[in-house]
Ligand binder design. Structure first.
Ligand SMILES: Nc1c(NC[C@H](O)[C@H](O)[C@H](O)CO)[nH]c(=O)[nH]c1=O
Ligand SMILES: CC(=O)[C@@H](O)COP(=O)(O)O
Length: 160
């Protein structure tokens, strides 16, 4: 289902585990900070709405989406967190650099989920235009940060 047919911000709180005892890391890329800041707010607000304590949410910034893998690994290996949300916004430019950044970031985050026992949630927008990014970070399609927060809670309690 394409995003245009699914609002990214809708969730049924009665079906989400309470996050009061969970600790979260949020690693945020500074590229396209207008977008990534909105995604991070959406994620933070949703975690709080689902019972998480503000003092149990640790936020780090990294330069770009390519650095999300290292930043998330550092978070996992040095901090006590039950899940990490990796937030980025990659917007296509004139060259193929977009493809390399998107692929490397997706593969890197996937690799972390294989190598470690802490879920890392892929909250990286990969858009052709700034408008598409705005639409998915609090615009007409909702906020992918909200969606990522709900996934983080669900994955943090999986198997427990
Ligand atoms: N063009 C975008 C980038 N590029 C920067 C890379 O992510 C990386 O920081 C650099 O290659 C140094 O390693 N990053 C984004 O997050 N979004 C972009 O649109
Ligand atoms: C995703 C990118 O790295 C891209 O925004 C860089 O732009 P360009 O391909 O025009 O150098």
């Amino acid at each position: 289902m394409a995003t245009e047919n699914k609002n990214l911000s809708t969730y049924d709180k009665t079906k989400i585990p309470n996050a009061k005892d969970l600790r979260f890391g949020i690693v945020v890329s500074e590229w396209n900070t207008e977008i990534t800041s909105a995604l991070a707010k959406g994620a933070f607000d949703a975690l709080i709405d689902c019972g998480a304590k503000a003092e149990n949410i640790l936020k780090w910034d990294v330069p770009g989406s390519f650095e999300l893998t290292f930043g998330s690994k550092k978070m996992i290996t040095t901090q006590k967190v039950d899940a990490v949300i990796a937030i980025g916004s990659v917007i296509r430019g004139e060259t193929s650099h977009f493809d390399f950044v998107c692929s490397a970031t997706a593969q890197g985050i996937k690799d972390l989920n294989v190598a470690y026992d802490v879920p890392v949630i892929f909250c990286v927008l990969t858009d052709d235009t700034m408008q598409q990014a705005k639409d998915r970070s609090g615009g007409k399609h909702g906020n992918k940060g909200t969606e990522a927060a709900i996934v983080a809670i669900q994955m943090a309690v999986l198997g427990k």
